[in-house]
Write a protein that binds this ligand. Structure first.
Ligand SMILES: C[S@@+](CC[C@H](N)C(=O)[O-])C[C@H]1O[C@@H](n2cnc3c(N)ncnc32)[C@H](O)[C@@H]1O
Length: 322
Protein backbone atom coordinates (compact mmCIF):
# COMPACT_ATOMS: atom_id res chain seq x y z
CA UNK A 1 0.00 0.00 0.00
CA UNK A 2 1.36 3.48 -0.91
CA UNK A 3 2.27 5.75 1.99
CA UNK A 4 0.39 9.02 2.53
CA UNK A 5 3.46 11.05 1.51
CA UNK A 6 3.79 9.10 -1.77
CA UNK A 7 0.13 9.80 -2.45
CA UNK A 8 0.55 13.52 -1.73
CA UNK A 9 3.57 13.66 -4.02
CA UNK A 10 1.74 11.80 -6.80
CA UNK A 11 -1.22 14.16 -6.41
CA UNK A 12 0.98 17.23 -6.66
CA UNK A 13 2.73 15.88 -9.76
CA UNK A 14 -0.59 14.81 -11.28
CA UNK A 15 -2.05 18.32 -10.89
CA UNK A 16 1.18 19.95 -11.99
CA UNK A 17 1.15 18.04 -15.22
CA UNK A 18 -2.55 18.80 -15.68
CA UNK A 19 -2.00 22.55 -15.34
CA UNK A 20 0.96 22.48 -17.74
CA UNK A 21 -1.42 22.07 -20.63
CA UNK A 22 -3.51 24.74 -22.22
CA UNK A 23 -6.64 24.45 -20.08
CA UNK A 24 -8.18 27.09 -17.91
CA UNK A 25 -10.37 24.99 -15.60
CA UNK A 26 -10.79 21.51 -14.09
CA UNK A 27 -13.83 19.43 -13.21
CA UNK A 28 -16.27 21.35 -15.38
CA UNK A 29 -19.35 19.36 -16.42
CA UNK A 30 -19.14 17.98 -19.99
CA UNK A 31 -22.43 19.68 -20.67
CA UNK A 32 -21.69 23.27 -21.92
CA UNK A 33 -25.03 24.57 -20.59
CA UNK A 34 -24.13 23.34 -17.08
CA UNK A 35 -20.62 24.82 -17.34
CA UNK A 36 -22.21 28.14 -18.41
CA UNK A 37 -24.48 27.95 -15.34
CA UNK A 38 -21.41 27.75 -13.08
CA UNK A 39 -19.81 30.71 -14.89
CA UNK A 40 -23.06 32.68 -14.48
CA UNK A 41 -23.10 31.96 -10.74
CA UNK A 42 -19.56 33.30 -10.32
CA UNK A 43 -20.02 36.33 -12.54
CA UNK A 44 -23.10 37.17 -10.46
CA UNK A 45 -20.97 37.03 -7.32
CA UNK A 46 -18.16 39.11 -8.85
CA UNK A 47 -20.57 41.76 -10.14
CA UNK A 48 -21.10 42.91 -6.54
CA UNK A 49 -17.43 43.63 -5.82
CA UNK A 50 -16.30 47.19 -5.50
CA UNK A 51 -13.18 48.70 -7.03
CA UNK A 52 -9.93 47.61 -5.40
CA UNK A 53 -11.52 44.64 -3.56
CA UNK A 54 -8.83 42.14 -2.53
CA UNK A 55 -9.78 38.65 -3.72
CA UNK A 56 -8.00 35.40 -2.91
CA UNK A 57 -8.76 32.22 -4.88
CA UNK A 58 -7.76 29.10 -2.95
CA UNK A 59 -6.64 26.13 -5.11
CA UNK A 60 -6.88 28.30 -8.19
CA UNK A 61 -5.44 25.85 -10.77
CA UNK A 62 -4.96 27.84 -13.96
CA UNK A 63 -7.02 30.68 -12.54
CA UNK A 64 -10.43 30.33 -14.14
CA UNK A 65 -12.28 32.12 -11.31
CA UNK A 66 -9.85 35.01 -11.26
CA UNK A 67 -10.04 35.35 -15.05
CA UNK A 68 -13.84 35.66 -14.69
CA UNK A 69 -13.41 38.13 -11.83
CA UNK A 70 -11.02 40.25 -13.94
CA UNK A 71 -13.40 40.19 -16.92
CA UNK A 72 -16.36 41.12 -14.77
CA UNK A 73 -14.43 44.04 -13.25
CA UNK A 74 -13.16 45.20 -16.67
CA UNK A 75 -16.75 45.18 -18.01
CA UNK A 76 -17.64 47.61 -15.21
CA UNK A 77 -14.51 49.72 -15.71
CA UNK A 78 -13.03 48.65 -12.34
CA UNK A 79 -9.91 46.85 -11.21
CA UNK A 80 -9.66 44.24 -8.44
CA UNK A 81 -6.61 43.05 -6.52
CA UNK A 82 -6.55 39.37 -7.52
CA UNK A 83 -4.41 36.64 -5.95
CA UNK A 84 -4.45 32.89 -6.54
CA UNK A 85 -2.70 30.08 -4.68
CA UNK A 86 -2.39 26.39 -5.44
CA UNK A 87 -0.44 23.47 -3.96
CA UNK A 88 0.77 22.57 -7.47
CA UNK A 89 3.54 24.58 -9.15
CA UNK A 90 1.20 26.51 -11.42
CA UNK A 91 2.20 29.04 -14.10
CA UNK A 92 -0.98 30.01 -15.97
CA UNK A 93 0.62 32.83 -17.97
CA UNK A 94 3.05 30.36 -19.47
CA UNK A 95 0.63 27.52 -20.22
CA UNK A 96 -2.78 29.06 -20.90
CA UNK A 97 -3.28 30.81 -24.23
CA UNK A 98 -6.82 32.08 -23.61
CA UNK A 99 -7.71 34.92 -21.21
CA UNK A 100 -4.12 36.22 -21.21
CA UNK A 101 -5.12 39.80 -20.52
CA UNK A 102 -7.27 38.81 -17.54
CA UNK A 103 -4.65 36.40 -16.18
CA UNK A 104 -1.95 39.07 -16.40
CA UNK A 105 -3.78 41.04 -13.74
CA UNK A 106 -3.46 38.21 -11.18
CA UNK A 107 -0.66 37.43 -8.70
CA UNK A 108 -0.30 33.62 -8.81
CA UNK A 109 1.55 31.66 -6.12
CA UNK A 110 2.29 28.00 -6.87
CA UNK A 111 3.47 25.48 -4.29
CA UNK A 112 1.28 27.06 -1.60
CA UNK A 113 -1.03 24.94 0.55
CA UNK A 114 -4.43 26.18 1.72
CA UNK A 115 -3.42 24.99 5.18
CA UNK A 116 -0.57 27.53 5.32
CA UNK A 117 -1.47 30.73 3.56
CA UNK A 118 1.53 33.04 3.27
CA UNK A 119 -0.51 36.21 3.88
CA UNK A 120 -1.06 38.48 6.84
CA UNK A 121 -4.20 38.60 8.95
CA UNK A 122 -7.18 40.37 7.32
CA UNK A 123 -5.32 40.62 3.99
CA UNK A 124 -8.41 39.93 1.79
CA UNK A 125 -11.98 41.14 1.42
CA UNK A 126 -13.18 38.00 -0.36
CA UNK A 127 -11.97 34.41 -0.47
CA UNK A 128 -13.30 32.24 -3.29
CA UNK A 129 -12.73 28.64 -4.20
CA UNK A 130 -14.12 26.37 -6.88
CA UNK A 131 -13.65 22.62 -6.42
CA UNK A 132 -10.58 23.50 -4.37
CA UNK A 133 -10.84 24.09 -0.62
CA UNK A 134 -12.44 20.68 -0.08
CA UNK A 135 -9.20 19.05 -1.29
CA UNK A 136 -7.41 20.43 1.76
CA UNK A 137 -7.53 19.56 5.45
CA UNK A 138 -10.62 21.63 6.23
CA UNK A 139 -10.01 21.79 9.98
CA UNK A 140 -6.84 23.76 9.25
CA UNK A 141 -7.61 25.55 5.98
CA UNK A 142 -10.95 27.02 7.11
CA UNK A 143 -9.27 28.69 10.07
CA UNK A 144 -6.58 29.99 7.69
CA UNK A 145 -9.34 31.43 5.48
CA UNK A 146 -10.90 33.06 8.53
CA UNK A 147 -7.54 34.51 9.54
CA UNK A 148 -6.75 36.11 6.15
CA UNK A 149 -10.27 37.52 5.68
CA UNK A 150 -10.89 41.05 6.90
CA UNK A 151 -13.83 41.46 9.34
CA UNK A 152 -17.01 41.66 7.24
CA UNK A 153 -15.23 39.89 4.37
CA UNK A 154 -16.86 36.87 2.74
CA UNK A 155 -16.18 33.32 1.66
CA UNK A 156 -17.75 31.97 -1.53
CA UNK A 157 -16.97 28.33 -2.16
CA UNK A 158 -18.35 25.94 -4.79
CA UNK A 159 -17.55 22.39 -3.67
CA UNK A 160 -17.97 18.92 -5.11
CA UNK A 161 -21.26 17.65 -3.70
CA UNK A 162 -21.58 13.91 -3.15
CA UNK A 163 -24.38 13.52 -5.70
CA UNK A 164 -23.02 15.85 -8.36
CA UNK A 165 -22.70 14.51 -11.91
CA UNK A 166 -18.91 15.04 -11.92
CA UNK A 167 -18.52 12.91 -8.78
CA UNK A 168 -20.73 10.10 -10.09
CA UNK A 169 -18.89 10.08 -13.44
CA UNK A 170 -15.48 10.14 -11.73
CA UNK A 171 -16.35 7.10 -9.62
CA UNK A 172 -17.20 5.17 -12.81
CA UNK A 173 -13.94 6.26 -14.45
CA UNK A 174 -11.83 5.27 -11.45
CA UNK A 175 -13.42 1.80 -11.46
CA UNK A 176 -12.54 1.47 -15.17
CA UNK A 177 -8.94 2.57 -14.58
CA UNK A 178 -8.60 0.21 -11.61
CA UNK A 179 -9.65 -2.58 -13.95
CA UNK A 180 -7.21 -1.53 -16.72
CA UNK A 181 -4.25 -1.01 -14.36
CA UNK A 182 -4.76 -4.11 -12.17
CA UNK A 183 -1.72 -6.37 -11.76
CA UNK A 184 -3.29 -8.97 -14.04
CA UNK A 185 -5.19 -6.43 -16.18
CA UNK A 186 -4.86 -5.36 -19.83
CA UNK A 187 -1.94 -2.92 -19.27
CA UNK A 188 0.13 -5.63 -17.56
CA UNK A 189 -0.72 -8.16 -20.29
CA UNK A 190 0.17 -5.65 -23.02
CA UNK A 191 3.48 -4.80 -21.30
CA UNK A 192 4.25 -8.55 -21.08
CA UNK A 193 3.46 -8.92 -24.78
CA UNK A 194 5.69 -6.01 -25.85
CA UNK A 195 8.54 -7.36 -23.69
CA UNK A 196 8.19 -10.72 -25.45
CA UNK A 197 8.26 -8.93 -28.84
CA UNK A 198 11.36 -6.97 -27.82
CA UNK A 199 13.13 -10.12 -26.64
CA UNK A 200 11.89 -12.15 -29.61
CA UNK A 201 10.79 -15.07 -27.44
CA UNK A 202 7.70 -16.53 -25.78
CA UNK A 203 5.61 -14.41 -28.14
CA UNK A 204 2.81 -16.97 -28.57
CA UNK A 205 2.43 -17.35 -24.79
CA UNK A 206 2.36 -13.59 -24.29
CA UNK A 207 -0.19 -13.19 -27.09
CA UNK A 208 -2.40 -15.85 -25.44
CA UNK A 209 -2.19 -13.97 -22.13
CA UNK A 210 -3.07 -10.70 -23.83
CA UNK A 211 -6.00 -12.26 -25.66
CA UNK A 212 -7.30 -13.82 -22.44
CA UNK A 213 -7.03 -10.44 -20.71
CA UNK A 214 -8.87 -8.69 -23.56
CA UNK A 215 -11.60 -11.33 -23.35
CA UNK A 216 -12.00 -10.54 -19.63
CA UNK A 217 -12.20 -6.85 -20.62
CA UNK A 218 -14.95 -7.65 -23.13
CA UNK A 219 -16.98 -9.37 -20.40
CA UNK A 220 -16.31 -6.39 -18.08
CA UNK A 221 -17.70 -4.02 -20.72
CA UNK A 222 -20.84 -6.11 -21.14
CA UNK A 223 -21.43 -6.08 -17.39
CA UNK A 224 -20.46 -2.45 -16.79
CA UNK A 225 -21.78 -0.22 -19.55
CA UNK A 226 -20.80 2.48 -20.40
CA UNK A 227 -17.13 1.46 -20.37
CA UNK A 228 -15.79 3.69 -23.16
CA UNK A 229 -12.34 4.01 -21.61
CA UNK A 230 -11.88 0.24 -21.30
CA UNK A 231 -13.22 -0.28 -24.83
CA UNK A 232 -10.97 2.38 -26.30
CA UNK A 233 -7.74 1.18 -24.62
CA UNK A 234 -8.45 -2.51 -25.21
CA UNK A 235 -9.38 -1.77 -28.83
CA UNK A 236 -6.00 -0.14 -29.40
CA UNK A 237 -4.17 -3.01 -27.62
CA UNK A 238 -6.03 -5.52 -29.78
CA UNK A 239 -5.09 -3.60 -32.91
CA UNK A 240 -1.40 -3.43 -31.91
CA UNK A 241 -1.36 -7.14 -31.03
CA UNK A 242 -2.83 -8.15 -34.40
CA UNK A 243 -0.88 -5.65 -36.48
CA UNK A 244 2.34 -5.78 -34.42
CA UNK A 245 4.47 -6.43 -37.49
CA UNK A 246 3.63 -2.95 -38.77
CA UNK A 247 5.18 -1.32 -35.66
CA UNK A 248 8.58 -1.32 -33.98
CA UNK A 249 8.25 -3.17 -30.65
CA UNK A 250 10.12 -0.26 -28.99
CA UNK A 251 7.44 2.16 -30.20
CA UNK A 252 4.65 -0.07 -28.88
CA UNK A 253 6.43 -0.38 -25.51
CA UNK A 254 6.91 3.40 -25.27
CA UNK A 255 3.28 4.07 -26.17
CA UNK A 256 1.99 1.58 -23.59
CA UNK A 257 4.21 3.04 -20.86
CA UNK A 258 3.27 6.64 -21.74
CA UNK A 259 -0.42 5.75 -21.58
CA UNK A 260 -0.01 3.85 -18.33
CA UNK A 261 1.72 6.89 -16.77
CA UNK A 262 -0.96 9.28 -18.05
CA UNK A 263 -3.65 7.01 -16.67
CA UNK A 264 -1.99 6.75 -13.26
CA UNK A 265 -1.98 10.56 -13.00
CA UNK A 266 -5.55 10.82 -14.22
CA UNK A 267 -6.71 8.17 -11.73
CA UNK A 268 -4.88 10.00 -8.94
CA UNK A 269 -6.70 13.24 -9.74
CA UNK A 270 -10.06 11.48 -9.83
CA UNK A 271 -9.36 9.62 -6.60
CA UNK A 272 -8.50 12.96 -5.01
CA UNK A 273 -11.77 14.35 -6.32
CA UNK A 274 -13.72 11.45 -4.80
CA UNK A 275 -11.92 11.88 -1.48
CA UNK A 276 -12.65 15.63 -1.60
CA UNK A 277 -16.40 15.39 -2.19
CA UNK A 278 -18.57 16.87 0.52
CA UNK A 279 -20.28 13.79 1.88
CA UNK A 280 -23.05 14.48 4.41
CA UNK A 281 -20.48 13.83 7.20
CA UNK A 282 -17.94 16.29 5.77
CA UNK A 283 -20.72 18.79 5.18
CA UNK A 284 -21.67 18.63 8.88
CA UNK A 285 -17.99 19.11 9.81
CA UNK A 286 -17.91 22.23 7.63
CA UNK A 287 -21.10 23.50 9.28
CA UNK A 288 -19.54 22.90 12.70
CA UNK A 289 -16.31 24.68 11.72
CA UNK A 290 -18.26 27.67 10.41
CA UNK A 291 -20.59 27.76 13.40
CA UNK A 292 -17.77 29.12 15.56
CA UNK A 293 -17.86 32.76 16.58
CA UNK A 294 -15.62 33.95 13.72
CA UNK A 295 -18.37 33.43 11.11
CA UNK A 296 -21.93 34.57 10.48
CA UNK A 297 -24.57 34.25 7.70
CA UNK A 298 -23.49 30.72 6.88
CA UNK A 299 -25.52 29.27 4.00
CA UNK A 300 -25.02 25.94 2.26
CA UNK A 301 -27.11 25.28 -0.83
CA UNK A 302 -26.93 23.11 -3.93
CA UNK A 303 -26.20 24.65 -7.33
CA UNK A 304 -28.36 22.85 -9.86
CA UNK A 305 -28.39 22.82 -13.66
CA UNK A 306 -31.59 24.74 -14.44
CA UNK A 307 -32.13 22.65 -17.60
CA UNK A 308 -31.72 19.11 -16.24
CA UNK A 309 -31.91 19.70 -12.50
CA UNK A 310 -28.56 17.87 -12.16
CA UNK A 311 -26.53 18.73 -9.08
CA UNK A 312 -23.44 20.74 -10.13
CA UNK A 313 -21.96 21.37 -6.70
CA UNK A 314 -22.62 22.77 -3.24
CA UNK A 315 -22.31 26.49 -2.64
CA UNK A 316 -21.05 27.49 0.79
CA UNK A 317 -21.13 31.13 1.68
CA UNK A 318 -20.23 32.77 4.95
CA UNK A 319 -19.20 36.15 6.30
CA UNK A 320 -16.30 36.82 8.63
CA UNK A 321 -17.76 38.33 11.78
CA UNK A 322 -16.68 41.81 12.92
C1 LIG B 1 -10.26 20.38 -9.19
S1 LIG B 1 -8.87 21.43 -9.15
C2 LIG B 1 -9.68 22.99 -9.16
C3 LIG B 1 -8.88 24.12 -9.73
C4 LIG B 1 -9.62 25.41 -10.04
N1 LIG B 1 -10.19 26.00 -8.86
C5 LIG B 1 -10.67 25.21 -11.11
O1 LIG B 1 -11.86 25.33 -10.80
O2 LIG B 1 -10.30 24.97 -12.26
C6 LIG B 1 -8.27 21.21 -7.52
C7 LIG B 1 -7.01 21.97 -7.22
O3 LIG B 1 -6.75 21.89 -5.83
C8 LIG B 1 -5.35 21.94 -5.64
N2 LIG B 1 -5.08 21.49 -4.27
C9 LIG B 1 -5.24 20.26 -3.76
N3 LIG B 1 -4.93 20.25 -2.44
C10 LIG B 1 -4.59 21.52 -2.11
C11 LIG B 1 -4.18 22.15 -0.90
N4 LIG B 1 -4.09 21.47 0.24
N5 LIG B 1 -3.88 23.47 -0.94
C12 LIG B 1 -3.96 24.17 -2.09
N6 LIG B 1 -4.35 23.62 -3.26
C13 LIG B 1 -4.67 22.31 -3.28
C14 LIG B 1 -4.83 21.03 -6.75
O4 LIG B 1 -3.46 21.25 -7.00
C15 LIG B 1 -5.74 21.44 -7.90
O5 LIG B 1 -5.16 22.45 -8.65
Amino acid sequence: MASASTDVDLSRRAWQRYWQSDRLAACMPDNPAAAAEIERYWKGEFSGLSSGARVLDVATGNGVLLAWAAQSAADRGLALALTGIDAAQIDPLRFVTSEQEALRSVAFHGGVAAERLPFGDAAFDVVVSQFGLEYSDLDVSLSEVERVLAPGGCLRWLAHGASSAVVVESAERVAQMDFLLAQDGPFAAMAFFTRALLQGRRIARARDRLQASLEVARTYCLKNPPSELVQQICGSFMHMAIENQRYHPEDIATLVEENREKMRFYRRRLRDLLAAQLTPERESRVRESLAVSGWRDVVMSPLADSGTGNHLGSVISATRAW
